[in-house]
Design a protein around this ligand. Structure first.
Ligand code: FAD
Length: 439
């Protein structure tokens, strides 16, 4: 007799297939199937099944080696050995979510702090805020990773934004960002200190260096996450991002390999509170690379045009969509933006119509924004647009269709013809600002 499958409960996740060392499990039409000739009843598949769809024949016990106990069992056994929780911040039981190989620990949440030419990418602080929540859920430490040259001034900032430890590699070879030395420096830290989770901004640098680190570590990487969390049962990192052209939100797991790595776009996560004077542990390591080992050389650095649009930094955005009808109606949005000191943005539809340039496109294939106010004019609220702006503090939507999806995320919705509503709003704001009434 083999492991028994309850087809009604099976969700076809494939965890049993991955886990079975004898290749006795398979998915047939999305349902787990057992090959009785190969099954040895040890029950590894039963232990990992998230929906209890698998069971052993009556009277047969699960036989796992001690390092193969299911995550929830291990957590209960390990609890007494843990350090007592800090009174200020309740910590959950420490649970390693993947079976560690002998000598491996894989614990801690790391945020790689992006520092280049004297500037820290603010997404690094946003991720320390998010990392704090993950570390609290796992009951582990939150650390910042600082790789660069002359980074000393950044260390207190990392503590101020919530890091308990900062790993530092400061070397002249790291003065200008280049993939190889940065990836090597980060990978060496990972190999030595074995973090369970690693986060970095989905910036040009994050998108370049993280895949290299993930490849070197032979682990997975989920790019452009919009939501992160910890599964309460398995303690795995839940990495959610738009998938299939933004039509679904997919939650991705890295079950077997470590670290679990994710990038997150700037402005998706909230900026945490900065607490001046907070301190922590500094761990310094050397870079084992000479300048002569790096084939790429930085010969010049040309700063971007000062007039470049930085949508992700704007406090008020006026977003336009195809509802505007024609380019000549852009004047309605431009006047409103001028009165409010806002920046113009819009949908892919508006870009394709030639009303705004691509650097002003908000959404999945554009920029992610988190302004204080986002005024959506004639925008339907397609998922690909919403993922780029739904975390704005206040969303005001103007649309003549009361069923438009944009109203589902809007704090204030005005159902009406934008040709009438927008000039009326502009006039009212102008009047109020003139008399100092608007706040
Ligand atoms: C892979 C992929 C990636 C994509 N990436 C992005 C992206 O990054 N960003 C993005 O924005 N889109 C993106 N899209 C496109 C997206 O699916 C939508 O097509 C697009 O966002 C719709 O733009 P819209 O809201 O301007 O136009 P529409 O969907 O046509 O909406 C126009 C709205 O205006 C309203 N309206 C019409 N007339 C008036 C009026 N007189 N007064 C008031 N309201 C009026 C209508 O009721 C309607 O709701 C992507 C699509 C795909 C497949």
């Amino acid at each position: 007799m083999a492991v028994i499958v309850d087809a009604a409960r099976c969700i076809g996740c494939g965890a049993c297939v991955v886990e079975c060392p004898l290749e006795a499990m398979d998915l047939v039409d999305g349902i787990a199937q057992v090959d009785p000739a190969k099954c040895d009843h040890r029950g590894k598949c039963v232990a990992v099944c998230p929906t209890d769809a698998l069971s052993l024949p009556e009277g047969v016990q699960i036989k796992l080696a001690t390092d193969e106990q299911p995550a929830d069992k291990r957590s209960k056994e390990k609890q007494p050995a843990e350090k007592p929780a800090e009174p200020s911040r309740p910590k959950a039981a420490k649970v390693a979510s993947a079976p560690a190989k002998p000598g491996e620990v894989w614990s801690g949440v790391w945020v790689v702090i992006e520092y280049n030419r004297g500037e820290v990418a603010p997404v690094s602080w946003e991720l320390l805020g998010e990392g704090r929540k993950l570390a609290d859920d796992l009951g582990c430490d939150l650390a910042g990773v600082l790789v660069g040259h002359e980074v000393e001034d950044v260390i207190p900032e990392a503590f101020a934004y919530g890091a308990e430890k900062v790993f530092v590699i400061d070397d002249p070879v790291l003065k200008d960002y280049r993939t190889e030395p940065y990836a090597e420096a980060i990978t060496n830290l990972v190999r030595k200190y074995q973090p369970e989770i690693m986060l970095m901004g989905a910036t040009a640098m994050g998108r370049d260096v993280f895949p290299v680190v993930a490849t070197k570590m032979k682990t997975g990487l989920t790019a452009d996450c919009t939501v992160l969390g910890i599964d309460p049962d398995t303690k795995l990192l839940l990495q959610t991002r738009p998938a299939f052209g933004g039509n679904i939100m997919a939650t991705i797991l890295c079950r077997k390999n470590r670290p679990q790595m994710a990038t997150v776009r700037p402005r998706v996560m909230a900026m945490p509170e900065r607490v001046e004077g907070r301190t922590g542990e500094i761990i310094r390591e050397e870079l084992n690379i000479q300048e002569s080992d790096v084939p790429k050389k930085v010969v010049d650095f040309i700063k971007g045009d000062a007039k470049s649009i930085f949508l992700d930094k704007a406090e008020i955005l006026v977003g336009v969509g195809l509802g505007l009808g024609s380019k000549k109606n852009m004047v309605l949005a431009e006047e409103l933006a001028e009165v409010l000191g806002a920046t113009l943005a819009g949908t892919r539809g508006a870009v394709e119509a030639g009303w705004i340039t691509h650097d002003r496109q908000v959404g999945q294939t554009g920029v992610t924004v988190r302004p204080k106010v986002y005024i959506a004019i004639g925008i339907s609220g397609a998922i690909q647009h919403l993922v780029g702006m739904e975390t704005s503090d206040y969303i005001i939507a103007i649309n003549n269709d009361p069923e438009a999806p944009i109203f589902r995320v809007a704090d204030y919705g005005i159902v009406g013809d934008l040709n009438q509503v927008v000039p009326a709003l502009t006039a009212e704001f102008k009047k109020r600002l003139q008399y100092g009434l608007a706040k």
